[in-house]
Unconditional design. Structure first.
Length: 202
């Protein structure tokens, strides 16, 4: 077994106990939620039972997190973020947030376009905020088609059919904030340096 995975599984028991205590759950509560017996849960938390998929999948559902995060999350007190790039449809996604629920942050890298791509707009629940770091982003949003340059931002309801691609020959990198329940990014304006200027009226 890979050393990193073996170490993660060894540390899993104490982490599961901390997670349960943090959420104020008893072994009986968790047993009722997962269908796993209290004695098995107790041995799993103490390291007396080796974790397997049959045990980990119900626990991941109960704690509301992906299985890989349940296994590979850093121990409490470790501030490092262990990034795991994921390739999907020729693009690279890097998840920057690791908590379950709420607004999620991603870095997305789209390789340089080899030619005009055929947009395939999709729609789903949520709200999205996009910031272009480098390159040129092609954004199809409903009936609109936009080209975003570095430093430009777009935000939209993901119920509107949308698609993102590369508008140039070099990779485009962007940050995405995604609210699965429609959460929007809250942007706080910086205070004006000159107090003699009055704020514009809406």
């Amino acid at each position: 077994m890979d050393d990193d995975l073996d170490a993660a599984l060894t540390a899993l028991g104490p982490r599961l106990r901390r997670m349960r205590h943090h959420r104020g759950l008893t072994l009986a509560d968790l047993a009722a939620e997962t269908g796993i017996s209290e004695s098995t849960l107790s041995r799993l938390e103490s390291g007396g039972r080796r974790p397997n998929l049959e045990l980990l999948l119900p626990l991941a559902r109960a704690y509301g997190m992906p299985l890989e995060e349940l296994i590979g999350a850093p121990q409490t007190g470790d501030p490092r973020v262990h990034l795991r790039p994921i390739q999907r449809d020729g693009m690279i996604y890097i998840r920057l947030t690791h908590k379950a629920g709420g607004t999620q942050a991603y870095k997305l890298i789209i390789p340089g376009a080899m030619g005009p791509a055929e947009p395939d707009p999709q729609r789903h629940e949520g709200y999205e905020w996009v910031y272009v770091l480098s390159g040129r982003l092609r954004l199809v949003l409903g009936d609109q088609e936009l080209i975003l340059a570095p430093g430009e931002v777009a935000e939209f309801d993901t119920h509107v059919p949308h698609w993102m691609g590369n508008a140039g020959a070099t990779p485009v990198e962007l940050l995405i904030l995604f609210g699965p329940q429609g959460e929007r990014a809250h942007v706080r304006a910086r205070p004006r340096q000159n107090s003699n200027h009055k704020a514009p009226r809406n």
